[in-house]
Write a protein that binds this ligand. Structure first.
Ligand SMILES: [Fe+2]
Length: 416
């Protein structure tokens, strides 16, 4: 790709991402902009400023070695231990955040115009810092969607809409035979994240994998069969979590005498029985598998199955996988088709694999992105949700959380 085409693609990617970010900001109620709605999260308004700050930091400061536009805002929007989440409530107004986003963006685009992308500097080389900023913005969009759900969970529900009729004709477990084989795992492209490198060969024994992610109806059967009360279905650690949290349904589910509802990013809505079950932690996924006589697939198995006959070459600017739809629609029943369905664009799918480095891993651009989480306490989920930007829904993308985390758009596709 010539430098001018690369610059054009980077600019278009950044603009696409920014359109989504600004649409999300419109959904944030004023009274929640600066509020921490959950111990895990900074205030939602902080994430918007942080997108601009990160872009400026990696492009303007690290790639070009220039000073920050605004030291005060640069510190406020930095994800640093010396700037704790409780400090991040001291935010400027919505208009000032939008203005900061515009200023930092202009800076990034001006820098792109001037940049020599053949520079050996690893931040500059091939446009790395711009693509990093783009992916970073996309990832925070998903966090913002999670927080919009938390906001709606905390608002009083005035009136529940009619629930969906609670029945399903989908078979369970609907397993697809995945044959034994070898494949090239990971992605060594200059734009890939450090944890996707290096590409390497993996061998996989034949196994069975659910055709689609576990649905809400199937999850409700686990619940109705005492899934959250039966000690034998849970690991020791999982049970301790279950008791401590008094969990009885996935996060964001509202179980009412009339039916099942979900706190989405635009308010409460009825759950469709055939939509993938979402917002459940690794311990819950594990208990469900035990109940069903199934298991979680490893991430090697997941990626192998997802790439079987699929993408050889991955295109960083056009990585839209089947199931990709517009943002904000929320999760819907998986579209019909041949083979494995709903691999991405619906829910992330938990795997049995702890987040660990591939051979040849080198932390870049900083330890805090991947390396600090490769501690045996985080588990990998794969695929990408409805709130994941289409460009990030590549079969090699690795996401990870601790087993108790269930605020994300997390589901499962069990194996045998
Ligand atoms: Fe960030």
């Amino acid at each position: 790709m010539s430098a001018s085409v690369l610059k054009r693609e980077l600019r278009a990617a950044l603009e696409r991402a920014r359109g989504r970010t600004l649409r999300l900001l419109e959904l944030v109620p004023d009274e929640f902009l600066k509020v921490r709605v959950h111990g895990f999260y900074s205030p939602i308004g902080w994430h918007f400023g942080h997108i601009g700050r990160t872009e400026e930091y990696w492009i303007h400061h690290k790639a070009l070695g220039r000073p920050c536009l605004d030291d005060e805002l640069s510190f406020l929007f930095a994800d640093l231990p010396e700037n704790p989440k409780d400090n991040r409530v001291n935010l400027p107004s919505r208009e000032q955040i939008v203005e900061y986003l515009a200023r930092t963006r202009q800076c990034a685009l001006d820098a792109l115009d001037e940049a020599d992308l053949s520079s050996p500097d690893p931040h500059m080389s091939g446009g790395y810092a711009w693509y990093f900023a783009f992916q970073h913005e996309c990832q925070h969009q998903e966090t913002i969607c999670e927080m919009l759900q938390l906001i709606h969970q905390r608002r009083p529900v005035e009136r529940l809409p009619e629930p969906h009729e609670w029945k399903s004709s989908l078979p369970f477990p609907d397993l697809v035979q995945v044959p034994s084989g070898e494949f090239c795992m990971g992605w060594s492209h200059p734009f890939s994240y450090d944890n996707e490198k290096e590409e390497h060969e993996e061998k996989v024994e034949g196994f069975e994998l659910m055709r689609r992610p576990v649905t809400a109806f199937q999850w409700s059967q686990f619940m109705e069969d005492g899934g959250y009360q039966r000690r034998e279905l849970w690991s020791e650690e999982g049970w301790a979590w279950r008791v401590r949290e008094e969990a009885f349904a996935p996060e964001y589910w509202l179980v009412d005498a009339r039916g099942y509802y979900y706190f989405g990013p635009q308010g409460v809505r009825p759950i469709h029985p055939d939509e993938p079950a979402s917002c459940l932690g690794w311990f819950e996924a594990e208990a469900f598998c035990r109940w069903a006589g199934l298991r979680l697939p490893s991430e090697v198995e997941w990626e192998y199955a997802a790439r079987l006959g699929g993408p050889g070459q991955l295109d960083p600017f056009n990585m839209v996988s089947p199931g990709a739809r517009g943002d904000l629609a929320g999760v819907e029943p998986v579209a019909e088709g041949p083979g494995l369905l709903g691999l991405s664009g619906y829910v992330w799918q938990w795997t049995s694999s702890p987040f660990s480095p591939y051979s040849g891993f080198q932390a870049f651009p900083y330890d805090g992105y991947s390396k600090d989480h490769m501690d045996g306490r985080h588990f990998v989920c794969r695929g990408g949700s409805w709130a994941t930007a289409p460009e990030l829904r590549r079969p090699t993308f690795r996401n990870w959380y601790v087993p108790t985390y269930r605020q994300g758009f997390l589901g499962l596709r069990a194996a045998r």
